[in-house]
Design a protein around this ligand. Structure first.
Ligand SMILES: [Zn+2]
Length: 62
């Protein structure tokens, strides 16, 4: 039985699970992950009074 197909929370695209899952899992790509995180941070947090840049999020993801 194949793994159940998951869907990217950001764009709704099918995301492969198991061994083939992308590094950005459960998102289909790092772009979608950053987009989702960005929206989340934007709505709830302001760090040091400045907006978070995508580069900041990428740095934290490593
Ligand atoms: Zn996506």
């Amino acid at each position: 039985m194949p793994d159940p197909e998951l869907r990217c929370p950001a764009c709704g695209a099918p995301v492969p699970a198991g061994a083939e899952r992308p590094a950005a899992f459960p998102f289909c790509s790092s772009r979608c992950r950053l987009r989702d995180l960005g929206a989340w941070f934007d709505g709830r947090y302001r760090v040091g009074g400045r907006d978070l840049e995508p580069e900041d999020l990428e740095e934290q993801a490593r």
